[in-house]
Design a protein around this ligand. Sequence first.
Ligand code: GTP
Ligand code: IMP
Ligand code: MG
Length: 340
Amino acid sequence: MTCNILVGGGWGDEGKGKCITYLCYNDKPDIIARAGVGPNAGHSVEFNGEKYGLRLIPSGFVHRDARLLIGAGVLVDPEVFLYELDYLKKYRVAERTFADYRCSIIEPEHKERDKASAHLSKKIGSTGTGCGPANADRVGRVAKMAKDVEVMQGHTANVPLEVNEALDDEQYVFIEGSQGFGLSLYYGTYPFVTSKDTTASTAAADVGVGPTRVDDVIVVFKSYITRVGEGPFKTEMNQEEAEKMGIEEYGTVTGRRRRVGLFDMDLARESCMINGATQIALTCVDRLYPQCERVTEYSKLTQETKRFIDEIEGETGVPVTIISTGPDLKDTIDLRDELL
Ligand code: GTP
Ligand code: IMP
Ligand code: MG
């Protein structure tokens, strides 16, 4: 039995999509379960020269035999859900993707409220995807659940039952989080955060797995930090500097330019502590250190890159087991065997 959770260590967009794709394609979990807030996420998956931008369907879909589940804690926008089932039809996702029957539904009115609220759309800089208002309605106990809406018929399941029975049967369950530690409603830079906690404990609760059943927590960090939306950002640099370093970025969902800054050891330490991290996945090392582009062996990394990795391990006390050197799943150094 194995139950692993992957979450973001920064303000989202750490490259979780890439890491999930790599881990699921290689390790072949029986169930890949999506946790996190909802379709405010934009995961990028690059595989075999194809590029996908996903908001709701688990990024591990490239592993064709996995059952793809969406936990009860995740908000479902049926428009996005049905669009992605069609978008990924080549991967036969419609027949293996199910949302928990208790998922809250995002209705058009939630998106309107999100965009019309100056507090959410301007002060916080929300994604406008209706997540905040839908979570508020769940707390107010007026939200609809997936089982209540016609379009979700045939697409629902009892996710915790499936996940826990799979674990009883010695199967492998992979839980993918979304957003990142700095956006947690409790531990992030409140009020400039998302509408829910984003740490590993909540990811487990989202899919209905108790803390005693979790084996590994993989926290993903990018080699620099990006942030979209408003809020404090201690290590932020100006856009000119970011361009000079070649690390400017634009959002997957909103197309907004991402704010950019240097890696923040204090944030990484706190993020590892509160997530109970057992492993770190470090992405975009090729963007910070271009000589590392597409390198797949640790020994071929530059000394400077190795020093950076050693520093992260020293400061956090957590081993860096996955090093991502490009957006495709092949551009990966996997050091997990060295842990054994
Ligand atoms: P959220 O769920 O929205 O938090 O996003 P995410 O963590 O899945 O990250 P997102 O895909 O939004 O952004 C990461 C970007 O970096 C994408 O464009 C990826 O294709 C890209 N990427 C991921 N890993 C690497 C890497 O190691 N090198 C390079 N060059 N690009 C990478
Ligand atoms: P909301 O989650 O749409 O309410 O947005 C609240 C804040 O979280 C804003 O700063 C968004 O930019 C940020 N945010 C939400 N989801 C993501 C994500 O997946 N990646 C990066 N930022 C996000
Ligand atoms: Mg993203």
